[in-house]
Design a protein around this ligand. Structure first.
Ligand code: SAM
Length: 307
């Protein structure tokens, strides 16, 4: 299916270069864990040798439909969360790319319910074929859980007040079912605003991360990448907010350090599984041309020989 909404790929050349490490006719198997609209995928395919392979993942049925338009025997797409990349054979992959978060077609399509800028059903699922929408969850969730989600995933100071307002409104007038209802409720509850930011920004981010289990899935996919990457294989991850970036940064740091066992101080240290290589931000020109890229951070690491 072709939608009128397009996605401008962030850090296109930088990410593909980091993944393929200079190779112009790469022969290995690569994973694009977040196909989106295929910006990175098409650039990777352009640099693969005939025997190279690209396995893509996306949770979103519209992304998968777009991928089905690529007619290339080296390419395949899986309609799955990227934690499933752990199902690939051990040490079979030469590079894993993750371009986290939502695509522009998801944000800009009101029906998906990701944005407070458009009125639509309060859904926010990347995979609309399974799971609960935000509206369904909010219809029964406990006040404490709502507050924790807003605080932990939105880093919102007014989490408790917003959660109380959501529950009060549910009791008085029934559950919230649209993006506009949620945005207006938050705006009426949060008294101080960060400059240039909609008061509902943090709450929307929090609900999106929660309903898609984004951080849990990221952690699981990173762990899985250690098994599927072959020695010398690259891990390249683009994140868009501090919660994601912290997980990626700490994961790479943890596996790029020699670990000593405190109970056996004289034993040889465990060898590191990753070499941390680079941290790349978009150029000023890219941010000017695509403001959505401004918070992007690409981190790159290389799998070592260690088991
Ligand atoms: C930023 S977009 C990727 C854009 C893509 N690199 C491009 O150039 O078109 C992120 C995509 O990843 C998908 N996604 C996010 N989290 C996912 C997950 N845990 N598993 C699979 N797909 C996921 C989203 O549905 C979205 O299509």
């Amino acid at each position: 299916m072709n939608t009128p909404w397009t996605h401008t790929t962030v850090l296109l050349n930088e990410a593909v270069e980091a993944l393929l490490s200079g190779s112009t006719a790469a022969t290995g198997t690569y994973v694009d864990a977040t196909f989106g609209r295929g910006g990175h995928a098409r650039a990777i395919l352009a640099r693969l040798a005939p025997e190279g392979r690209l396995i893509a993942f996306d949770k979103d049925a519209e992304a998968v439909a777009e991928a089905a338009r690529i007619s290339d025997a080296r390419f395949s797409i899986r309609h799955q969360g990227f934690r499933s990349l752990g199902e690939l054979p051990d040490a079979s992959v030469a590079g894993v790319l993750m371009d986290l978060g939502v695509s522009s077609p998801q944000i800009d399509n009101p029906v998906r319910g990701f944005s407070f800028r458009f009125d639509g059903p309060l859904d926010m699922r990347m995979d609309t074929t399974r799971g609960e929408s935000v509206a369904e969850w909010l219809a029964t969730a406990e006040l404490q859980q709502i507050a924790e989600v807003i605080r932990d995933y939105g880093e919102e100071r007014f989490a408790v007040q917003i959660a109380k307002a959501i529950v009060a409104r549910r009791q008085e007038r029934g559950a919230i079912s649209t993006t506009t209802e949620l945005a207006e409720l938050v705006a009426g509850t949060v008294k101080t605003r960060e400059q240039g930011q909609n008061p509902a920004t943090r709450t929307f981010q929090a609900f999106r991360i929660f309903i898609n289990a984004e951080l849990e899935e990221l952690q699981q996919a990173l762990e899985a990448s250690l098994s599927v990457l072959q020695p010398g294989g690259r891990l390249a991850v683009i994140s868009f907010h501090s919660l994601e970036d912290r997980i990626v940064k700490q994961f790479i740091a943890k596996h790029s350090k020699e670990v000593y066992d405190r109970r056996a101080p004289f034993a040889a240290p465990k060898v590191m599984k990753l070499n941390a290589l680079e941290r790349i931000k978009p150029s000023e020109a890219e941010v000017r041309g695509n403001p959505r890229s401004r918070s992007a951070i690409l981190r790159v690491a290389e799998r070592t020989e260690a088991q």
